[in-house]
Design a protein around this ligand. Structure first.
Ligand SMILES: [Zn+2]
Length: 432
């Protein structure tokens, strides 16, 4: 047994081309592990595009095996790639980063954890970067990470072996891994590219929540919030553009992950005049069939009610879900200052005004929740320059909401209501 085995190792970088597995240099125990692996990484020749993820390898199977002592992840890929494996704390997670990998996995892959892995998910993290996030039941050591030729058929298998460790040992050897803390991934989509330059039209930023590796709320029949909100956001975009009155920018227009900080940065860079974040929620089974309807949220330090606080916490966890090390990346002092600053600014008043208008416009077209105008500390609404609201379209956990939200005519109605509210807002207040 190699000396390093069982010790906490900060990160592995699996270099397929060199046929070696390297522990990252900053780990306390740099190690090399020979693998039998052939050079078979092919560069893709297709041009990059927002809608298509260019892949050089496909993941065809993903299995988690073992128990609470030792848990093994096995990922079968059509071709070898350079993988990075590292762990994060707060909460404990293991991240597997894979360049240009697509996922051809059964829809229920990732639903259930096993052994040390309580849950896992996979998807695109940024352009040219796929990611698997394993939530672990506690601190784990990456005992082994290797890429070998598949035993049967073609392709390769990435094996990551996790062992239980204690918090002290974890803290000593693992941490932020190879990802600099707090660093946002590169802009993921051309949708996020900001067209600067002079415009006298109000700039509306539409922000479909989640995306890529972060599915958001999951409803019956594998209804994913990320897909639903993107569909509605695209309708809002199209309708706003059709009017010719606005410059419309989407934070994402494809299935990619964008961090909350990145969304805020995009809005700042674009100097948007109004920011509308679009989401759909879910609630635990007990209340699933009684709680439904749309709700509009604005920012407040103190949540309007316990449910609003819970929803903000859930939405704020998007970066965690995607495997960002937010514990170290976020400066809470800044957040406090923004909140205090915001109270002094008229932005908060305009957000509230838009929220009231939107509730009025939605009311005649779609069903609203019992208390449709609420507030809580949503990170994505922490904007000093732009009035901003977060729309929860409804609950994917509710059968009726779920059915309606997927219907084209419902999506059309809700989009028209949002556009009508935007019109009213700017009729009163031309952008400066
Ligand atoms: Zn959401």
């Amino acid at each position: 047994m190699p000396g390093w085995l069982g010790k906490p190792v900060r990160a592995f970088c699996i270099v397929a081309l060199a046929a070696t597995v390297l522990a990252a240099a900053q780990g306390p125990a740099a190690a090399q592990l020979e693998t039998t692996f052939e050079k078979n990484v092919a560069a893709s020749e297709s041009p990059n595009s927002a809608a298509t993820v260019v892949v050089s390898s496909e993941a065809t199977a993903l299995d988690v095996l073992g128990d609470r002592k030792k848990t093994v992840l096995q990922l079968t890929l059509t071709r070898g790639v350079t993988a990075e494996v590292y762990s994060l704390a707060n909460p404990y997670r293991v991240i597997v980063d894979l360049p240009r990998v697509g996922f051809q996995l059964p829809p229920d892959a990732g639903r259930d954890g096993r052994g040390l892995v309580s849950a896992f998910r996979y998807g695109q993290f940024a352009e040219g970067k796929a990611r698997i996030v394993l939530d672990t039941v506690g601190p784990v050591a990456i005992a082994k990470a290797a890429m070998t030729n598949a035993r049967t058929g073609s392709g390769v298998v990435l094996t990551v072996e996790l062992q239980s460790t204690n918090a002290a040992a974890f803290g000593e050897g693992t941490g932020s891994g190879r990802q600099p803390t707090g660093q946002a991934p590169p802009l993921a989509s051309p949708a996020a590219a900001i067209a600067t330059g002079s415009t006298d039209k109000p700039i509306i930023m539409i922000d479909p929540g989640h995306g890529g590796i972060d599915p958001g709320a999951v409803g019956a029949g594998n209804l994913l919030e990320k897909n639903l909100v993107l569909a509605v956001a695209k309708r809002v975009q199209a309708q706003l553009q059709r009017s010719g009155r606005y410059t419309v920018i989407m934070t994402r227009d494809s299935d990619v992950f964008i961090s909350l900080n990145e969304r805020l940065a995009l809005s700042r860079q674009a100097q948007s005049d109004l920011f509308i974040s679009i989401h759909a929620d879910s609630i635990e089974q007990t209340y699933a069939q009684s709680i439904k309807g749309a709700t509009i949220y604005t920012l407040s330090e103190r949540a309007s009610d316990a449910q609003a606080r819970a929803i903000a916490e859930k939405e704020n966890s998007s970066d965690l879900v995607a495997g960002l090390d937010v514990a170290k990346g976020e400066d809470n002092t800044d957040v406090k200052n923004i909140l205090i600053d915001l109270m002094k600014r008229e932005t908060a008043n305009f957000s509230a005004e838009f929220s009231r208008t939107l509730v009025r416009k939605l009311k005649s077209n779609v069903s609203l929740s019992r208390d449709p105008q609420r507030s809580a500390a949503f990170k994505v609404l922490r904007q000093t320059h732009a009035p901003s609201v977060l729309v929860e379209l409804g609950y994917v956990s509710n059968a009726e909401d779920s059915r309606q939200m997927q219907a084209a005519d419902w999506q059309d109605k809700v989009s028209k209501s949002i556009v009508a509210a935007v019109d009213v807002f700017f009729d009163k207040r031309p952008a400066d």
